[in-house]
Design a protein. Structure first.
Length: 198
């Protein structure tokens, strides 16, 4: 494949993905017909089938690209640090979201967005646990639960902010969550049972 063909192929894939995101803000994935998706993407069905078998594959490709892209951009940074200080990581998430024309609208209006957010949570927890046990082989047996709790709280707060009118700046919201995140990070750092001192 020549560079020109490769560039054209990427442009077609992006058009299909953006068309699907636009449509998902209006209807469920099960209701989207390929003929309508092709019309929205301004391509023919043959071109669609060169890239995807069905709309599920398109949606999965979007989720994988976005989640993979977030961690690629954040590569080399500590996810354990991000558990306590999530703003830089969430800024990377925001850049990934705005790189797709219809993604923010999709997150705001589609029930299907929950799958994307769940993929992001799972990927973050898996990577953070790997980092934690790499640094603390005999760490707390509660690490999985603590990291899940902190990740879900942070990403749910981020999602709530995305769904809001954004009058409250994200940094000020995270400042108000800082004590809880610090307590969770401390429980991980000390490797202690968080219920011992309760």
């Amino acid at each position: 494949m020549t560079k020109r063909e490769d560039k054209r192929s990427r442009k077609t894939v992006k058009a299909i993905q953006n068309a699907l995101l636009d449509m998902l803000a209006e209807q469920s994935l099960a209701d989207i017909k390929i003929v309508d998706l092709c019309r929205r993407a301004d391509i023919n069905r043959t071109t669609f089938y060169l890239h995807y078998a069905n709309t599920d594959e398109v949606q999965q490709s979007i989720r994988e690209e976005i989640v993979g892209g977030i961690f690629e951009r954040y590569r080399g940074e500590s996810l354990l640090y991000a558990l306590e200080h999530p703003l830089p990581f969430l800024n990377v998430c925001m850049k990934a979201i705005t790189s797709y024309e219809g993604l923010e609208n999709f997150v705001r209006h589609s029930a299907e967005a929950a799958y994307f957010l769940e993929d992001l949570k799972k990927a973050f927890v898996t990577r953070a646990l790997d980092e934690y046990y790499g640094e603390t082989p005999n760490g707390t047996p509660y690490a999985y639960y603590l990291i899940n709790f902190m990740t879900a709280g942070t990403l749910n707060t981020f999602t709530a902010w995305l769904l809001s009118d954004k009058k409250q700046p994200l940094p000020s919201i995270l400042d108000r969550c800082a004590k809880m995140l610090a307590a969770g990070r401390e429980a991980l750092t000390e490797g202690r049972d968080p219920l011992q001192n309760a």
